[in-house]
Design a protein around this ligand. Structure first.
Ligand code: ADP
Ligand code: MG
Ligand code: MG
Length: 263
């Protein structure tokens, strides 16, 4: 079947580096989906599809419904996240309360832990790639840079988004802990309202990531609770071995305090 046989294309949802994402509606059921169209020749499409299928057992991963192929493109029909991107909510709402940040971060760490347990490193965790359902639940999306790694295997080569990239990615081999760093950059943005590492140029930004000391006692931190600062410090640690895992994040006192009672 061609995608046009099964779906009616709708409005644009987003544009990425390689392809674009449109809303679409199943002709058979009337259900709406998101369709990411990627040009052929990008051999990474196969990896993106394979990894999404591999990760289909978790509610925090965007579900891949079906894949179509035509002359120039692959079309990935995915579950529609009609709540939009986390980044847009952050832009609109500014700093999040610790309660709200902790609950979003808990869901992010649960899905990250699942990816890691399944042998997948996402490599592009950032609020542009975290989508929301109609009811506000988060879904991790965009597995275009994700890689499967065996136990003990590591990756090399610069990948990700500059502001979120972990220091070890800039200097050598890296693995799953790179996702924890990126998530920590996001947590910093949620709690403080700004990204932790900035620079006027790419070089300056990378230099800050590699060596800038985060001052958790500075003015802007006074409104953030001590346990939240403690967690952030344990995540944004350059020593990869000392940086905590998703599982350890989930049992950190700050997480337990704000998330245990809400369900
Ligand atoms: P890229 O690899 O090009 O960054 P993404 O997979 O991140 O592509 O998709 C680009 C944008 O399209 C997202 O930031 C989001 O705005 C939108 N988008 C992607 N998937 C969905 C989806 N399942 N539901 C709703 N919007 C989506
Ligand atoms: Mg993306
Ligand atoms: Mg991508």
């Amino acid at each position: 079947n061609k995608i046009e046989d099964d779906y009616v294309m709708g409005e644009a949802l987003g544009k990425g580096k390689f392809g674009s994402v449109f809303m679409c509606r199943s002709k058979l059921t009337g259900v709406e989906f998101a369709c990411k169209t990627l040009p052929k020749g990008e051999e990474t499409v196969h990896r993106e599809v394979e990894i999404m299928q591999h990760l289909s057992g978790h509610p925090g991963v965007v579900t891949l419904q079906s894949v179509y192929e035509d002359g120039e493109s692959f079309h990935l029909v995915m579950e529609l996240c009609s709540g939009g991107r986390l980044i847009d909510r952050m832009t609109k709402e500014g700093r999040f309360s610790e309660q709200k940040a902790a609950n979003i971060f808990k869901d992010l760490m649960l899905v990250t832990q699942y990816c890691h347990d399944m042998g997948v490193v996402h490599r592009d965790i950032k609020p542009e790639n975290i989508l929301l359902t109609a009811s506000g639940k988060i879904k991790l999306a965009d597995f275009g840079l994700a890689m499967r790694i065996a136990n003990g295997q590591s990756l090399s080569g610069l990948a990700g988004s500059p502001a979120y990239v972990a220091p070890e990615v800039l200097t050598g081999d890296y693995g799953k802990k790179t996702d924890i760093w990126s998530a920590g950059v996001l947590l910093h943005a949620l709690l403080v309202g700004v990204l932790p590492f900035q620079g006027g140029s790419l070089d300056a930004l990378f230099e800050a990531i590699k060596s800038m000391k985060l001052d958790f006692h500075s003015e802007k931190w006074q409104s953030v609770s001590k346990p939240a600062r403690d967690l952030l410090e344990r995540i944004l640690t350059r020593d990869v071995a000392a940086r905590i895992t998703a599982e350890e994040v989930l049992s950190h006192p700050w997480m337990l305090f704000y998330t245990e009672r809400t369900l």
